[in-house]
Design a protein around this ligand. Structure first.
Ligand SMILES: NC(=O)N[C@@H](CC(=O)O)C(=O)O
Ligand SMILES: [Zn+2]
Ligand SMILES: [Zn+2]
Length: 449
């Protein structure tokens, strides 16, 4: 594929030194602190005052295709991701049908290539049909063209310790990882829909306790130690989980973890109005948990921010609180939330944002070492030109209707967030410019072969 060269002028790399960055044929061709000469046909992007980051990588996205194309498709979810500064997303397996075979994984991968807006890396189910009983085709998914490395029954916990042990043993052979939705079902209860605490009692809503998450995280780190395999904790939400992670990492156990933007900022008292927009799994927690999650992200105990972007159609979300679907949108607002909570407060710099939203997620997902198809790489000559240009001084009032997603379950509507994505580049091709999506259309390499 031929690209128009791009010259990004005067951006600050990871918020530090200012440079001109030339993108040619999908890679970073030059990085210069003095003025870089660009080919005459190059597109010039003036980036004075903007911050250049490696393209963001989302470890945890629900794209809903196949099965619920009324809520999101691979294309619309990819567009929302690009607007959020992402160049790669991991598409969760809880679609209909479930991504539990090589064919299903290849299909999602091909849909992503056809949309051509971000790289869509399918997550494979751990067990057939997410039923928690029989392992899915882990090896076949790994060896397929999709090259699956992350496996998850997300939405359902792999509750059976024997099944979890087997899965960890299996994925070890090809450097895979199991991403666990940690929730002990016997402690959570079938009707639970919010954090169990003083507020759930007052609202008369069945709750589930933080310990339901923590006992599974504790069990899984012990299984990771026993098997010598790698476990990833999806959407960590409690201070107790942070304690277990800190302890496990101090012993050298191979465990990584993600936190969502909403668990970094929103608290359980938002449920006071029974608004199902704030119904999510795991649930919003009290402020003490939120504080522990921020500390853990800043000190590296939690490796990554992952959105858990969970689009839902109106008719699934607009119900009485107990009946509404779990989940909230996240791709377009994640960077703004992280900037508002972590950067504005001085707890993290832009280099840290690059680490938790690009480098570490790419490493965890096995995307960092994939040559010219790699993500989460440094902004340096010869590296794939997957980049995000951010205005760190912007202040944006979130409008749920200003979205590329098909769904509107946006918990940030009406809030003011700091920082905005100005441009996103996928292998040197702009997917977003001046904050607007660039119409891309199907690329030849993305054809459904
Ligand atoms: N996060 C959610 O609240 N919902 C997710 C499932 C999940 O990640 O638990 C979904 O698929 O809607
Ligand atoms: Zn989940
Ligand atoms: Zn999820």
């Amino acid at each position: 594929m031929t690209h128009q060269p791009v010259i990004v002028r005067g951006a600050s790399l990871l918020g530090e030194q200012t440079a001109d960055v030339l993108l040619v044929d999908g890679v970073v061709a030059e990085v210069g602190t003095a003025r870089v000469d660009a080919p005459s046909d190059a597109r010039v992007v003036e980036a004075d005052g903007l911050v250049l980051l490696p393209g963001l990588v989302d470890l945890h996205t629900h794209l809903r295709e196949p099965g619920r194309e009324d809520a999101e498709t691979v294309r619309t979810g990819s567009a929302a991701a690009a607007r959020g500064g992402y160049t790669a997303v991991l598409a969760m397996a809880n679609t209909s049908p479930v991504t539990d075979t090589a064919e299903a994984a290849e299909r999602v991968h091909a849909l992503g290539r056809a949309a051509g807006i971000v790289d869509v890396q399918p997550v494979g189910a751990v067990t057939k049909g997410l039923r928690g009983e029989e392992l899915a085709e882990l090896g076949l998914m790994a060896r397929s063209r999709a090259g699956v490395r992350v496996f998850s029954d997300d939405g359902k916990c792999v509750a059976d310790a024997r099944v979890m042990r087997r899965a960890l043993e299996y994925v070890k052979a090809f450097g895979g990882v199991v991403s666990q939705h940690a929730q002990e079902p016997t402690l959570a209860g079938a009707t639970a829909c919010c954090h169990e605490g003083e507020l759930s009692g007052r609202l008369g809503l069945p709750g589930w306790p933080g310990v339901a998450e923590e006992v599974i995280v504790a069990r899984d780190v012990m299984l990771a130690r026993h098997t010598g395999s790698r476990v990833h904790v999806a959407h960590a939400s409690t201070a107790g989980t942070v304690e277990v992670l800190r302890w496990a990492k101090s012993l050298g156990i191979q465990v990584t973890a993600e936190v969502t933007p909403h668990h970094l900022l929103l608290t359980t008292d938002l449920l006071g109005g029974y608004d199902p927009t704030f119904k999510v799994n795991p649930p919003l927690r009290p402020a003490e948990d939120v504080e522990a999650l921020r500390d853990a992200l800043a000190d590296g105990t939690i490796d990554a921010v992952a959105t858990d972007h969970a689009p839902h159609a109106r008719h699934d979300k607009e119900h009485a609180f107990v009946d509404a679907a779990f989940g909230m949108l996240g791709l377009e607002t994640a960077l703004g939330v992280v900037a508002s909570v972590m950067v504005s407060s001085g707890r993290m710099g832009w280099g840290d944002v690059a680490r938790v939203m690009s480098t570490r997620p790419a490493e965890i997902a096995g995307l960092a070492g994939r040559g010219d198809q790699g993500h989460g790489r440094p902004v340096a000559v010869g590296e794939p030109a997957n980049l995000t240009l951010v205005d760190p001084a912007a202040s944006v009032v979130v409008d749920r209707d200003d979205s590329a997603s098909l769904s509107r379950n946006n918990p940030w509507h009406g809030r003011t967030l700091t920082a905005a994505v100005r441009a996103t580049f996928l292998r040197g091709t702009p997917t977003v410019l001046d904050g607007q999506l660039v119409e891309i259309g199907a690329t030849t390499e993305g054809s459904l072969t």
